[in-house]
Design a protein around this ligand. Structure first.
Ligand code: ADP
Ligand code: ZN
Ligand code: ZN
Length: 804
């Protein structure tokens, strides 16, 4: 009998993306499972690989097949489901399977970290071979067992829960441990110890008797002292007799900084009840149904999520809640924690590598039942999923821009099918694609038209900034907005000012010759940062000091232009010196917990004005906010993105939704230079459907999604000629191989024509039905990987591009 593993190796430059067969050395035959990581020889070196299948035969001749060099996991890190999902992702997004496998794991498992075996029971309860290793400490380096060929025994111990194997992620702030007492499972041993203790040591006898009632139990010394009514000295004596042992239990680094008070379920409104009921029916009937929960801001979508999750937990299943990274505010996560307490894990980019690993482990070990997280939490390693929720499903952060270029929505729906469970997509402004699918009946539409507490939506006034200019007002604050701010300051109500900075930055420009200071590596203007008087490239990180004279004409009249949050803050203080302003942007939220501190201070009324960028558009729910001002609505309208109008409408609706969520009515001012644009005009009434219809019309005319599909092929190289040449070859290849119904635009220069010193060209493919597309693209990739790559070309394919 031979044992063969199919392994996906971590070699991204190989022309063919497939699994390779490796021989499993006989002594590891029952150790290696699907989903384990291994080291295998590939070319001249050993590389990381994932075991994706096991079999008893191979087409590789015996003299050619190589054995696996090292086992990295004796417990699989990926489930069968994840292996299937990776195959699907590879096909769906045209990526290397290894990329799809890696994206599912926390980075602590991607890099090489030490592994530590933690003893969880009394040493005596272990297999005899393992016992000596734990004589000195309950924590032993995994390498020792590997060296001594004891992995099989170790695996057995892990399966029985006698040990756990943890990646030790070193970091600032040592890992916390607490000392606990593990009682032996061996009742005969306890009996023996009990008899051996003389009757004069009554206390010890009592304690052992108590332990006989809790074999295998783990307690803190305090708990034992209290429950068994004995002192530490007695416990010590009993431990010395071998009835129990002290262990160090690792305390999970708790990413929550404070305790959260419990909240109760609210009585649902009629609309909420109808929505919830359809969702729970799908759960009970085990249907993989996708719901689009379309509810105006403040309509109580989150309450529907919470109660649907409650239902899932009652069924003994788990729930995944995805929220956009920027709305992963403490306020949002607290709402989940306040209902489900310790059962909630949170995953977002603000956590350290160690914290992320801890949260992942809690999920993997089934210690939590709910995860609230950003995009990558779509891969949360639960194994009995009962509900998946995507809040703000229209958000562009759900799409990953690097390989694998997946959309969390697609992953959610795939997993929903896998577990035959419902998926809820929630939004006040659904993505056009989603709403179109709901209209076609692919998704089930659930609508919440009223705000939960029947509050009116805020009144929205559009302010034409051109008129302001004509009147001689050159400030970034229009008269109506200034008046409204003044009123709020007098009434001690709160104000949110939103600066729409998507694709917009303050740059430095020469007023004499018009030169804008650009990044030397990228075709992008540098952004001005006042705090250190520097110019910075937001794409490659390059920075330099602000020049004193124009690099082009040596004029001294070079200064910064455009509106940053700092500039707004200064101007605001000029008009309202008494206003207390909190600024929230990339600069003020650098340190961990800053976000939280700012919001907390604002919630406690320590400021009158919260001023910020995109970051404040979401999730804010404070009763005292009665005024929202949007300083510049149109900056996102003029982006090279077919979704520009949609994004602007979504943003305006989101921001407006921050006002008047409780008893006090809200008012919104939107300042713009293009008040006649439908995305701005329609955001006044916050009417989604008219916007949807208007935008669909535009998309149909221009041949964009959801009427057509897009694929973007990008080619880059340091040499502009080579980049152009190969982009041309790609376009030629596509034209020759795709049907005439497909339109291929390009090659053209990319909207950012140079990035990190590489020139970028692209071809856009627009199609309706093209069964040949994937095979043709795979052929193109093969061509690229086997030849072009050697010339330094980088070719990427995005099947659902957002920026084009
Ligand atoms: P959304 O997620 O749709 O923006 P939320 O769930 O945040 O809406 O609800 C808005 C506000 O209404 C919150 O303060 C919430 O506590 C409250 N709310 C939601 N549902 C109810 C309900 N059934 N009864 C009373 N208040 C509710
Ligand atoms: Zn100049
Ligand atoms: Zn740059």
């Amino acid at each position: 009998m031979i044992y063969v593993a199919e392994v996906i190796v971590d070699v991204s430059a190989y022309p063919v993306d497939r699994a390779f067969d490796y021989l499993i050395p006989e002594q590891w035959a029952d150790l290696i499972e699907k989903g384990c990581r291994v080291k295998v020889p590939f070319g001249p070196r050993n590389v990381l690989g994932f075991v994706v299948d096991l079999k008893n035969e191979t087409a590789v001749p015996p003299e050619k097949i190589k054995p696996i060099a090292q086992i990295l996991d004796i417990e699989p890190v990926l489930t069968e489901e994840m292996l299937q999902l990776a195959k699907w992702l590879k096909h769906e997004t045209i990526c290397y399977e290894i990329d799809a496998l890696q994206v599912m794991l926390p980075s602590a498992l991607r890099a090489k970290y030490e592994k530590i075996v933690h003893l969880q029971v009394v040493q005596n309860d272990l297999l005899p071979e393992l016992q000596p290793y734990f004589a000195k400490s309950p924590k032993v380096n995994y390498k020792l067992f590997e060296k001594d060929h004891l992995l099989r025994e170790l695996k057995l111990a892990a399966i029985h829960g006698h040990v756990t194997i943890e990646n030790s992620v070193k970091q600032q702030g040592a890992v916390k441990h607490i000392r606990k007492v593990a009682i032996t499972q061996d009742t005969a041993l306890l009996e023996g110890i009990f008899t051996a203790i003389s009757n004069r040591a009554q206390k010890q006898k009592l304690l052992v008797q108590w332990m006989q009632g809790h074999p295998g139990g783990i307690f803190t010394p305090d708990e034992i002292n209290e429950q068994a009514q004995v002192t530490s000295a007695v416990l010590q004596a009993v431990v010395e007799r071998g009835a129990a042992t002290y262990i160090q239990e690792e305390v999970y680094r708790d990413p929550f900084t404070k305790d959260v008070a419990r909240t109760d379920f609210l009585r649902l409104t009629d609309e909420q009840t109808v929505a919830l009921q359809q969702i729970t029916t799908a759960m009970e009937e085990k249907r993989a149904e996708t719901f689009l929960l379309h509810g105006v801001t403040g309509s109580g979508k989150t309450e529907v999520y919470l109660q649907a999750i409650q239902h899932t937990l009652a069924e003994g299943k788990e729930a995944i809640v995805l929220v956009p990274e920027i709305s992963l505010t403490p306020q949002m996560t607290e709402r989940f924690r306040s209902r489900f307490g310790e059962q909630v894990a949170v995953m977002h980019s603000g956590l350290s590598v160690g914290e992320k690993y801890d949260e992942w482990r809690k999920i993997q070990q089934g210690k939590v039942k709910v995860v609230v997280g950003a995009r990558s939490a779509a891969f949360a390693p639960f194994t009995n999923v009962g509900l998946i929720i995507l809040d703000e499903e229209h958000e562009s952060t759900y799409k990953q821009e690097d390989s694998p270029r997946y959309h969390a929505r697609d992953v959610a729906i795939w997993r929903g099918e896998f577990y035959s469970c419902p998926v809820i997509l929630g939004s006040a402004t659904p993505a056009l694609e989603s709403f179109a699918r709901a209209k076609k009946g692919v998704y089930t539409l659930l609508t919440l038209q009223q705000r939960a507490m029947r509050q009116a939506l805020p009144t929205v006034e559009i302010v034409d900034m051109r008129e302001q200019l004509k009147k001689g007002n050159r400030s970034m604050f229009s008269e109506p907005l200034v008046d409204a701010i003044r009123v709020r300051l007098e009434k001690k109500e709160q104000i949110v000012l939103f600066l729409n900075r998507r694709g917009y930055s303050s740059f430095v420009m020469c007023r004499d010759c018009g030169t804008v200071v650009q990044c030397p590596n990228c075709d992008i203007s540098l952004t001005y940062h006042r705090s250190n008087e520097k110019l910075k490239c937001h794409y490659c990180g390059y920075d330099e000091y602000v020049p004193h004279e124009c690099p082009q004409c040596q004029s001294e009249h070079i200064r910064f232009f455009g509106t940053g949050t700092q500039k707004v803050e200064e101007e605001l203080y000029k008009i309202f010196p008494e206003a207390r302003v909190l600024r929230m942007d990339v600069d003020t939220t650098k340190h961990k917990g800053a976000h939280e501190e700012i919001l907390e201070a604002f919630g406690e009324g320590k400021a009158d004005v919260l001023l910020g960028t995109q970051m404040i558009a979401k999730g804010l729910d404070f009763p005292n906010i009665t005024l929202v001002g949007v300083l510049s609505a149109d900056t996102s309208l003029h982006l090279p993105d077919y979704r520009a109008a949609e994004k602007t409408f979504q943003l305006m609706t989101q921001v407006s939704g921050r006002a008047g969520r409780h008893d006090k009515p809200g008012e919104v001012f939107i300042q713009t230079y293009t008040p006649e644009h439908y995305a701005i005009e329609l955001s006044k009434e916050q009417l989604y459907t008219p916007f949807y219809e208007r935008e669909m019309h535009t998309r149909r005319q221009a041949g964009y999604p959801p009427y057509y599909y897009l694929a973007l092929i990008q080619v880059s190289h340091e040499d502009v000629m080579i980049a152009a040449e190969y982009a041309g070859r790609a376009a030629e290849w596509l034209r020759a191989n795709l049907s005439f119904k497909v339109s291929i635009i390009g090659p053209t220069t990319a909207s950012i024509s140079r990035l990190q010193n590489r020139y970028r060209y692209q071809c856009l493919i627009k199609y309706k039905i093209e069964p040949n597309l994937i095979p043709v693209l795979l052929q193109l990739i093969k061509l690229y990987r086997s030849d072009w790559i050697k010339k330094g070309i980088i070719l990427t394919i995005d099947l659902d591009p957002s920026m084009i």
